[in-house]
Design a protein around this ligand. Structure first.
Ligand SMILES: Nc1ncnc2c1ncn2[C@@H]1O[C@H](COP(=O)(O)OP(=O)(O)O)[C@@H](O)[C@H]1O
Ligand SMILES: [Mg+2]
Length: 382
Protein backbone atom coordinates (compact mmCIF):
# COMPACT_ATOMS: atom_id res chain seq x y z
CA UNK A 1 0.00 0.00 0.00
CA UNK A 2 2.85 2.30 0.83
CA UNK A 3 4.15 2.64 -2.68
CA UNK A 4 0.64 3.04 -4.12
CA UNK A 5 0.98 6.82 -4.67
CA UNK A 6 4.23 6.53 -6.61
CA UNK A 7 2.86 3.63 -8.63
CA UNK A 8 -0.20 5.75 -9.39
CA UNK A 9 2.07 8.52 -10.58
CA UNK A 10 4.13 6.12 -12.66
CA UNK A 11 1.23 4.31 -14.24
CA UNK A 12 -0.17 7.10 -16.43
CA UNK A 13 3.34 8.02 -17.44
CA UNK A 14 4.17 4.58 -18.73
CA UNK A 15 0.79 4.35 -20.46
CA UNK A 16 1.61 7.65 -22.12
CA UNK A 17 5.02 6.38 -23.07
CA UNK A 18 3.57 3.18 -24.47
CA UNK A 19 1.04 5.11 -26.53
CA UNK A 20 3.70 7.49 -27.74
CA UNK A 21 5.89 4.56 -28.73
CA UNK A 22 3.09 3.06 -30.85
CA UNK A 23 2.33 6.45 -32.37
CA UNK A 24 5.97 6.91 -33.32
CA UNK A 25 6.00 3.35 -34.64
CA UNK A 26 2.91 4.04 -36.74
CA UNK A 27 4.28 7.28 -38.10
CA UNK A 28 7.74 5.95 -38.83
CA UNK A 29 8.38 2.23 -39.04
CA UNK A 30 12.00 1.20 -38.55
CA UNK A 31 14.31 1.80 -41.51
CA UNK A 32 14.39 -1.26 -43.77
CA UNK A 33 16.93 -0.19 -46.39
CA UNK A 34 19.72 2.19 -45.38
CA UNK A 35 22.15 3.49 -47.96
CA UNK A 36 25.08 5.45 -46.56
CA UNK A 37 27.55 7.25 -48.79
CA UNK A 38 26.67 4.94 -51.69
CA UNK A 39 28.51 5.80 -54.87
CA UNK A 40 29.15 4.15 -58.23
CA UNK A 41 31.53 5.11 -60.98
CA UNK A 42 32.27 3.40 -64.27
CA UNK A 43 35.71 4.65 -65.23
CA UNK A 44 35.36 8.40 -65.42
CA UNK A 45 31.53 8.26 -65.45
CA UNK A 46 30.08 9.07 -62.02
CA UNK A 47 26.82 7.09 -62.42
CA UNK A 48 25.75 7.70 -58.81
CA UNK A 49 27.34 10.41 -56.67
CA UNK A 50 27.65 9.63 -52.94
CA UNK A 51 24.13 9.51 -51.51
CA UNK A 52 22.26 8.57 -48.36
CA UNK A 53 18.79 7.10 -48.60
CA UNK A 54 16.52 5.37 -46.09
CA UNK A 55 13.49 3.32 -47.10
CA UNK A 56 10.95 2.18 -44.52
CA UNK A 57 8.85 -0.95 -44.38
CA UNK A 58 5.67 -0.72 -46.45
CA UNK A 59 6.76 2.22 -48.58
CA UNK A 60 6.14 2.37 -52.31
CA UNK A 61 9.09 4.45 -53.46
CA UNK A 62 9.59 5.69 -57.00
CA UNK A 63 13.09 6.50 -58.22
CA UNK A 64 12.23 9.01 -60.93
CA UNK A 65 14.49 10.74 -63.40
CA UNK A 66 15.45 11.10 -67.07
CA UNK A 67 17.30 8.38 -68.94
CA UNK A 68 20.93 8.00 -67.88
CA UNK A 69 20.58 9.70 -64.47
CA UNK A 70 21.63 6.59 -62.52
CA UNK A 71 18.30 5.00 -61.53
CA UNK A 72 19.11 1.47 -62.68
CA UNK A 73 22.58 1.65 -61.15
CA UNK A 74 21.09 2.65 -57.79
CA UNK A 75 18.50 -0.14 -57.91
CA UNK A 76 21.08 -2.75 -58.93
CA UNK A 77 23.30 -1.76 -56.02
CA UNK A 78 20.40 -2.32 -53.59
CA UNK A 79 19.76 -5.72 -55.17
CA UNK A 80 23.43 -6.73 -55.26
CA UNK A 81 23.78 -6.74 -59.07
CA UNK A 82 26.26 -3.85 -59.04
CA UNK A 83 29.02 -3.38 -56.49
CA UNK A 84 29.18 0.16 -55.05
CA UNK A 85 32.48 2.01 -55.50
CA UNK A 86 32.02 3.32 -51.94
CA UNK A 87 29.51 3.29 -49.09
CA UNK A 88 27.45 0.71 -47.23
CA UNK A 89 24.03 -0.85 -47.72
CA UNK A 90 22.11 -2.18 -44.76
CA UNK A 91 18.86 -4.09 -45.06
CA UNK A 92 16.89 -4.90 -41.91
CA UNK A 93 19.86 -3.70 -39.88
CA UNK A 94 22.33 -6.09 -41.55
CA UNK A 95 25.25 -4.93 -43.67
CA UNK A 96 24.66 -6.58 -47.06
CA UNK A 97 27.18 -4.52 -49.06
CA UNK A 98 29.37 -7.53 -49.81
CA UNK A 99 26.55 -10.07 -50.24
CA UNK A 100 25.54 -11.45 -53.65
CA UNK A 101 21.92 -10.94 -54.82
CA UNK A 102 20.72 -14.39 -53.75
CA UNK A 103 21.78 -13.79 -50.17
CA UNK A 104 19.91 -10.50 -49.87
CA UNK A 105 16.23 -10.20 -48.82
CA UNK A 106 15.54 -8.43 -52.10
CA UNK A 107 14.31 -9.43 -55.53
CA UNK A 108 14.62 -7.51 -58.74
CA UNK A 109 12.22 -7.45 -61.67
CA UNK A 110 14.45 -6.57 -64.61
CA UNK A 111 13.71 -4.11 -67.34
CA UNK A 112 12.69 -6.48 -70.19
CA UNK A 113 11.80 -9.19 -67.62
CA UNK A 114 14.67 -11.64 -68.27
CA UNK A 115 12.39 -14.69 -68.38
CA UNK A 116 13.69 -18.11 -69.51
CA UNK A 117 12.05 -18.50 -72.93
CA UNK A 118 12.35 -22.31 -73.09
CA UNK A 119 10.53 -22.85 -69.77
CA UNK A 120 6.85 -22.73 -68.86
CA UNK A 121 5.22 -20.07 -66.74
CA UNK A 122 5.29 -22.27 -63.62
CA UNK A 123 8.93 -23.27 -64.19
CA UNK A 124 9.92 -19.63 -64.51
CA UNK A 125 8.05 -18.62 -61.37
CA UNK A 126 9.37 -21.62 -59.41
CA UNK A 127 12.97 -21.24 -60.57
CA UNK A 128 14.24 -19.39 -57.48
CA UNK A 129 12.52 -21.87 -55.16
CA UNK A 130 14.01 -24.83 -57.06
CA UNK A 131 17.50 -23.31 -56.72
CA UNK A 132 16.89 -23.04 -52.97
CA UNK A 133 15.79 -26.69 -52.89
CA UNK A 134 12.33 -25.84 -51.55
CA UNK A 135 10.32 -29.09 -51.03
CA UNK A 136 8.19 -29.92 -54.06
CA UNK A 137 4.79 -29.57 -52.38
CA UNK A 138 5.66 -26.19 -50.86
CA UNK A 139 7.11 -25.00 -54.15
CA UNK A 140 3.94 -25.94 -56.00
CA UNK A 141 1.75 -24.23 -53.39
CA UNK A 142 3.77 -21.02 -53.48
CA UNK A 143 3.92 -20.92 -57.29
CA UNK A 144 0.14 -21.26 -57.41
CA UNK A 145 -0.23 -18.55 -54.77
CA UNK A 146 2.01 -16.23 -56.79
CA UNK A 147 0.10 -16.97 -60.00
CA UNK A 148 -3.16 -16.12 -58.22
CA UNK A 149 -1.66 -12.89 -56.89
CA UNK A 150 -0.86 -11.70 -60.42
CA UNK A 151 -4.09 -13.19 -61.82
CA UNK A 152 -2.45 -15.88 -63.97
CA UNK A 153 -4.35 -18.88 -62.56
CA UNK A 154 -4.34 -21.75 -65.03
CA UNK A 155 -1.34 -20.45 -67.03
CA UNK A 156 1.21 -22.72 -65.31
CA UNK A 157 1.89 -24.96 -68.32
CA UNK A 158 1.92 -22.20 -70.92
CA UNK A 159 5.30 -21.71 -72.67
CA UNK A 160 6.74 -18.21 -72.23
CA UNK A 161 6.81 -17.73 -76.02
CA UNK A 162 3.00 -17.99 -76.10
CA UNK A 163 2.39 -15.08 -73.73
CA UNK A 164 1.35 -11.50 -74.47
CA UNK A 165 3.53 -8.64 -73.22
CA UNK A 166 1.21 -7.99 -70.30
CA UNK A 167 1.22 -11.67 -69.31
CA UNK A 168 5.03 -11.88 -69.50
CA UNK A 169 5.17 -8.84 -67.23
CA UNK A 170 2.94 -10.66 -64.71
CA UNK A 171 5.17 -13.75 -64.81
CA UNK A 172 8.22 -11.59 -64.09
CA UNK A 173 6.37 -10.05 -61.16
CA UNK A 174 5.24 -13.45 -59.84
CA UNK A 175 8.77 -14.84 -60.15
CA UNK A 176 9.97 -12.09 -57.81
CA UNK A 177 6.99 -12.18 -55.44
CA UNK A 178 7.18 -15.96 -54.96
CA UNK A 179 10.46 -15.44 -53.08
CA UNK A 180 8.62 -13.17 -50.61
CA UNK A 181 11.35 -10.55 -50.65
CA UNK A 182 11.45 -7.94 -47.88
CA UNK A 183 12.08 -5.43 -50.65
CA UNK A 184 10.79 -5.79 -54.20
CA UNK A 185 12.88 -3.86 -56.72
CA UNK A 186 11.28 -3.04 -60.08
CA UNK A 187 13.22 -1.53 -62.97
CA UNK A 188 10.83 0.27 -65.34
CA UNK A 189 8.44 -2.68 -64.95
CA UNK A 190 5.76 -1.24 -67.22
CA UNK A 191 8.07 0.36 -69.77
CA UNK A 192 7.39 -2.15 -72.55
CA UNK A 193 3.58 -2.06 -72.29
CA UNK A 194 1.22 0.07 -74.34
CA UNK A 195 -0.66 2.84 -72.57
CA UNK A 196 -3.84 0.90 -71.87
CA UNK A 197 -2.01 -2.12 -70.45
CA UNK A 198 0.20 0.20 -68.49
CA UNK A 199 -2.78 1.76 -66.73
CA UNK A 200 -4.19 -1.68 -65.94
CA UNK A 201 -0.84 -2.91 -64.57
CA UNK A 202 -0.44 0.22 -62.46
CA UNK A 203 -3.73 -0.67 -60.79
CA UNK A 204 -2.48 -4.25 -60.34
CA UNK A 205 0.78 -3.10 -58.76
CA UNK A 206 -1.13 -0.93 -56.33
CA UNK A 207 -3.36 -3.87 -55.38
CA UNK A 208 -0.39 -6.26 -54.98
CA UNK A 209 1.43 -3.73 -52.81
CA UNK A 210 -1.68 -3.44 -50.64
CA UNK A 211 -2.33 -7.19 -50.45
CA UNK A 212 1.25 -8.19 -49.68
CA UNK A 213 2.00 -5.24 -47.39
CA UNK A 214 5.45 -5.28 -49.00
CA UNK A 215 8.07 -2.64 -49.60
CA UNK A 216 8.40 -1.67 -53.27
CA UNK A 217 11.12 0.41 -54.89
CA UNK A 218 10.47 1.07 -58.55
CA UNK A 219 12.40 2.92 -61.18
CA UNK A 220 10.63 4.98 -63.82
CA UNK A 221 11.27 7.92 -66.13
CA UNK A 222 7.53 8.58 -66.35
CA UNK A 223 6.53 11.31 -63.91
CA UNK A 224 2.80 10.59 -64.22
CA UNK A 225 3.40 6.95 -63.31
CA UNK A 226 5.52 7.92 -60.29
CA UNK A 227 2.86 10.40 -59.10
CA UNK A 228 0.14 7.83 -59.61
CA UNK A 229 1.77 4.89 -57.82
CA UNK A 230 4.30 6.00 -55.28
CA UNK A 231 3.84 7.08 -51.69
CA UNK A 232 7.23 8.74 -51.99
CA UNK A 233 9.29 9.96 -54.94
CA UNK A 234 13.07 10.33 -55.11
CA UNK A 235 13.81 12.55 -58.08
CA UNK A 236 17.24 11.91 -59.59
CA UNK A 237 19.26 14.05 -61.97
CA UNK A 238 22.81 13.39 -63.13
CA UNK A 239 23.57 10.79 -60.48
CA UNK A 240 22.11 12.67 -57.52
CA UNK A 241 18.82 12.62 -55.62
CA UNK A 242 17.67 16.22 -56.05
CA UNK A 243 14.39 15.89 -54.14
CA UNK A 244 12.87 13.23 -51.92
CA UNK A 245 9.30 13.55 -50.70
CA UNK A 246 5.64 12.71 -51.16
CA UNK A 247 4.13 13.43 -54.60
CA UNK A 248 2.04 16.39 -53.39
CA UNK A 249 5.04 18.18 -51.87
CA UNK A 250 7.20 17.57 -54.92
CA UNK A 251 4.51 18.99 -57.18
CA UNK A 252 3.63 22.00 -55.04
CA UNK A 253 7.14 22.77 -53.74
CA UNK A 254 9.74 21.63 -56.27
CA UNK A 255 13.22 21.98 -54.80
CA UNK A 256 14.96 22.88 -58.04
CA UNK A 257 14.20 24.33 -61.44
CA UNK A 258 14.79 20.89 -62.96
CA UNK A 259 12.21 19.25 -60.67
CA UNK A 260 9.65 21.98 -61.44
CA UNK A 261 9.79 21.24 -65.16
CA UNK A 262 10.31 17.47 -64.99
CA UNK A 263 7.24 16.94 -62.80
CA UNK A 264 4.08 18.54 -64.12
CA UNK A 265 3.77 21.62 -66.28
CA UNK A 266 5.49 24.80 -65.15
CA UNK A 267 5.76 28.38 -66.34
CA UNK A 268 9.20 29.81 -65.69
CA UNK A 269 9.67 33.57 -65.47
CA UNK A 270 13.33 34.49 -65.67
CA UNK A 271 14.62 37.12 -63.27
CA UNK A 272 17.48 38.42 -61.17
CA UNK A 273 17.70 38.52 -57.40
CA UNK A 274 19.56 41.46 -55.92
CA UNK A 275 19.52 42.47 -52.27
CA UNK A 276 16.52 40.27 -51.45
CA UNK A 277 14.38 41.57 -54.31
CA UNK A 278 13.66 39.56 -57.42
CA UNK A 279 13.07 41.53 -60.61
CA UNK A 280 11.43 39.53 -63.33
CA UNK A 281 12.63 40.37 -66.80
CA UNK A 282 8.95 40.60 -67.64
CA UNK A 283 8.18 43.37 -65.13
CA UNK A 284 7.08 42.79 -61.54
CA UNK A 285 9.40 42.78 -58.53
CA UNK A 286 9.07 40.22 -55.75
CA UNK A 287 10.53 40.54 -52.28
CA UNK A 288 12.35 37.23 -51.79
CA UNK A 289 15.38 36.76 -49.56
CA UNK A 290 18.25 34.67 -50.88
CA UNK A 291 21.52 34.73 -52.75
CA UNK A 292 22.01 37.33 -55.48
CA UNK A 293 22.01 35.93 -59.00
CA UNK A 294 19.81 34.62 -61.81
CA UNK A 295 16.57 32.97 -60.69
CA UNK A 296 13.34 31.64 -62.11
CA UNK A 297 9.90 32.27 -60.74
CA UNK A 298 7.87 29.08 -61.16
CA UNK A 299 4.07 29.20 -61.47
CA UNK A 300 1.92 26.16 -62.32
CA UNK A 301 -0.56 26.75 -65.19
CA UNK A 302 -3.56 26.12 -62.91
CA UNK A 303 -2.30 28.82 -60.53
CA UNK A 304 -2.33 31.54 -63.16
CA UNK A 305 -5.31 33.79 -63.79
CA UNK A 306 -6.12 35.25 -67.16
CA UNK A 307 -8.41 38.09 -68.17
CA UNK A 308 -8.90 40.86 -70.69
CA UNK A 309 -6.41 43.27 -69.07
CA UNK A 310 -4.29 43.94 -65.99
CA UNK A 311 -7.13 46.01 -64.46
CA UNK A 312 -9.35 42.93 -64.44
CA UNK A 313 -6.79 41.06 -62.33
CA UNK A 314 -6.67 43.54 -59.45
CA UNK A 315 -6.61 40.75 -56.89
CA UNK A 316 -3.35 39.32 -58.24
CA UNK A 317 -0.12 40.60 -56.71
CA UNK A 318 1.75 39.99 -59.97
CA UNK A 319 0.42 40.80 -63.40
CA UNK A 320 1.89 40.63 -66.88
CA UNK A 321 0.39 41.77 -70.18
CA UNK A 322 0.55 39.97 -73.49
CA UNK A 323 -1.35 38.63 -76.47
CA UNK A 324 -3.54 35.54 -76.46
CA UNK A 325 -2.20 33.06 -79.00
CA UNK A 326 -4.63 30.19 -78.52
CA UNK A 327 -7.37 28.79 -76.32
CA UNK A 328 -7.75 25.01 -76.35
CA UNK A 329 -10.88 23.51 -74.86
CA UNK A 330 -9.96 20.31 -72.97
CA UNK A 331 -13.29 19.44 -71.35
CA UNK A 332 -12.93 20.25 -67.67
CA UNK A 333 -10.59 23.16 -68.36
CA UNK A 334 -9.27 25.45 -71.07
CA UNK A 335 -5.57 25.86 -71.86
CA UNK A 336 -4.61 29.39 -72.90
CA UNK A 337 -1.26 30.16 -74.47
CA UNK A 338 -0.18 33.76 -74.03
CA UNK A 339 2.82 35.52 -75.60
CA UNK A 340 3.94 38.07 -73.01
CA UNK A 341 5.14 41.51 -74.06
CA UNK A 342 8.58 40.47 -72.80
CA UNK A 343 8.58 37.63 -75.37
CA UNK A 344 8.02 34.66 -73.02
CA UNK A 345 5.24 32.17 -73.68
CA UNK A 346 3.03 31.07 -70.78
CA UNK A 347 0.29 28.51 -70.34
CA UNK A 348 -2.78 29.12 -68.21
CA UNK A 349 -5.16 26.27 -67.30
CA UNK A 350 -8.51 27.70 -66.32
CA UNK A 351 -11.66 25.98 -65.16
CA UNK A 352 -13.69 29.09 -65.89
CA UNK A 353 -15.10 27.84 -69.16
CA UNK A 354 -17.10 31.08 -69.70
CA UNK A 355 -13.91 33.10 -70.17
CA UNK A 356 -13.33 31.44 -73.49
CA UNK A 357 -16.31 33.13 -75.08
CA UNK A 358 -14.89 36.57 -74.13
CA UNK A 359 -11.23 35.96 -75.03
CA UNK A 360 -10.19 35.42 -78.63
CA UNK A 361 -6.85 34.63 -80.22
CA UNK A 362 -5.06 37.89 -81.01
CA UNK A 363 -6.67 39.80 -78.08
CA UNK A 364 -4.59 41.78 -75.60
CA UNK A 365 -4.83 39.92 -72.29
CA UNK A 366 -3.12 39.77 -68.91
CA UNK A 367 -2.03 36.91 -66.68
CA UNK A 368 -1.56 37.17 -62.94
CA UNK A 369 -0.89 35.22 -59.77
CA UNK A 370 -0.78 35.57 -56.00
CA UNK A 371 2.36 35.51 -53.90
CA UNK A 372 1.47 32.11 -52.38
CA UNK A 373 1.32 30.57 -55.87
CA UNK A 374 4.89 30.93 -57.00
CA UNK A 375 8.30 29.60 -56.05
CA UNK A 376 11.54 31.40 -56.70
CA UNK A 377 14.39 28.99 -57.49
CA UNK A 378 17.99 29.45 -58.59
CA UNK A 379 18.39 29.36 -62.35
CA UNK A 380 19.99 26.11 -63.62
CA UNK A 381 21.79 25.72 -66.91
CA UNK A 382 20.01 23.14 -69.07
N1 LIG B 1 27.94 -1.26 -66.95
C1 LIG B 1 28.18 0.02 -67.25
N2 LIG B 1 29.37 0.40 -67.76
C2 LIG B 1 29.63 1.69 -68.05
N3 LIG B 1 28.78 2.70 -67.84
C3 LIG B 1 27.58 2.40 -67.33
C4 LIG B 1 27.21 1.05 -66.99
N4 LIG B 1 25.95 1.06 -66.49
C5 LIG B 1 25.56 2.35 -66.51
N5 LIG B 1 26.53 3.16 -67.00
C6 LIG B 1 26.43 4.63 -67.15
O1 LIG B 1 25.99 5.17 -65.92
C7 LIG B 1 25.05 6.19 -66.11
C8 LIG B 1 23.75 5.83 -65.41
O2 LIG B 1 23.14 4.73 -66.07
P1 LIG B 1 21.81 4.04 -65.56
O3 LIG B 1 21.93 3.76 -64.11
O4 LIG B 1 21.54 2.88 -66.45
O5 LIG B 1 20.74 5.20 -65.80
P2 LIG B 1 19.14 5.15 -65.90
O6 LIG B 1 18.68 3.82 -65.40
O7 LIG B 1 18.68 6.29 -65.06
O8 LIG B 1 18.80 5.36 -67.34
C9 LIG B 1 24.92 6.37 -67.62
O9 LIG B 1 25.78 7.41 -68.00
C10 LIG B 1 25.37 5.04 -68.16
O10 LIG B 1 25.91 5.19 -69.45
MG1 LIG C 1 17.53 2.36 -66.39
Amino acid sequence: MLDYPSAAVRAPLSAYEAERATLVEKAEPAPLVELAGIRKSYGSVEAVHPLDLTIRKGEFVAILGPSGCGKTTLLRMIGGFAQPSAGTIRIGGLDVTALPPERRPTNLVFQGYGLFPHMTVAQNIGYGLAIRKTPRAEKQRRVEEAMALVRLEGFGDRPIAKLSGGQAQRVALARALVMRPDVLLLDEPLGALDLKLRRAMQEELRRIHRETGGTFVFVTHDQAEAMDLATRICVMARGRVVQDGDPETIYSSPATMFVSTFIGEANLFAGQRCGGVVTLGAGPTIPDPGEDGPVVCVVRPERLWIDAGVEALSECAFRLAGVLESAVFLGPFVNYTVRLDGGESVTVSSREIGLRTRLNAGDRVAVGWSISDHRVLPHEAP
